[in-house]
Design a protein around this ligand. Structure first.
Ligand code: AP5
Length: 209
């Protein structure tokens, strides 16, 4: 049983690796981004409130995000947090709820991030992600996992990608030091295009090998 955080810039591959790690150690990924996209797709009160932040690539306010996350992980004995925390106040709020075993920080240069994000396709049905060049689905625009339709997210447009990178550097990158100082941080080089190698490296770090 593990309580893990996956940290890293947008598009570095956190979601892709989290799903693979879960298959081996049964730690379900919890992505605040996916929870927010679900709320938007269902046009719930929350979904309508957050749409502007999401589409422009800005962060959803801490209070909304912290409450949603707390509700989601309540009673879970294992998880991989993908995309949470993203600010120091979010990390401090998490510290009051649970004790985290490890934080895996994924690194890749900005040019690689931009390439990954602009080629990404997401399944409308199950949120699985693909890449038109690096991780193409077997049939164009059809999800390998569930047969759902693939689409390009609104925040994958060039202006929103730039904004997400700025937001990451200003608000989320300080968490690297925050967790380093707590002795929880492990770093994985995610700049390569071989997803299997990155996955193996992440798994070894999680297992302390
Ligand atoms: P969120 O959904 O969390 O987006 P993100 O962090 O920007 O992460 P992504 O899902 O874009 O990327 P990823 O690292 O998971 O990469 P992936 O595996 O998909 O957040 C979206 C928005 O929600 C935020 O902008 C914000 O508005 C809001 N939000 C969410 N959490 C919040 C919080 N805590 N506080 C406030 N607001 C919050 O991979 C990317 C692509 O690359 C895919 O196409 C994949 O197939 C491909 N790929 C992956 N690995 C490789 C590889 N090694 N080589 C080649 N291609 C690869």
């Amino acid at each position: 049983m593990s309580k893990l955080i996956f940290l890293g810039p947008p598009g570095v591959g956190k979601g892709t690796i989290a799903r693979k790690v879960d298959e081996v150690i049964s730690s379900p990924p919890v992505s605040t981004g996916e929870l927010f996209r679900e709320a938007m797709a269902n046009k719930t009160e929350l979904g309508l409130k957050i749409k502007g932040y999401m589409d422009s690539g800005s962060l959803v306010p801490d209070e909304i995000t912290i409450n949603l996350l707390k509700e989601k992980i309540h009673g879970m004995s294992s998880f991989i947090l993908d995309g949470f925390p993203r600010t120091i106040p979010q990390a401090e709020a998490l510290d009051k709820e649970v004790s985290v075993d490890k934080v895996i920080s994924f690194d890749a240069p900005d040019e690689m991030i931009i390439k990954r994000l602009s080629g990404r396709r997401t399944c409308r049905n199950c949120d699985a992600t693909f890449h038109i060049d690096f991780l193409p689905p077997k049939v164009e625009n059809v999800c390998d996992e569930c047969g759902g339709e693939l689409y390009q997210r609104e925040d994958q447009k060039p202006d929103a990608i730039k904004q997400r990178l700025v937001v990451y550097k200003e608000q989320t990158e300080p968490l690297v030091n925050y967790y380093k100082e707590k002795g929880l941080l492990e770093t994985v080089d995610a700049s390569g295009t071989n997803v299997e190698n990155i996955f193996k490296d992440a798994l070894a770090k999680i297992r302390g090998e």
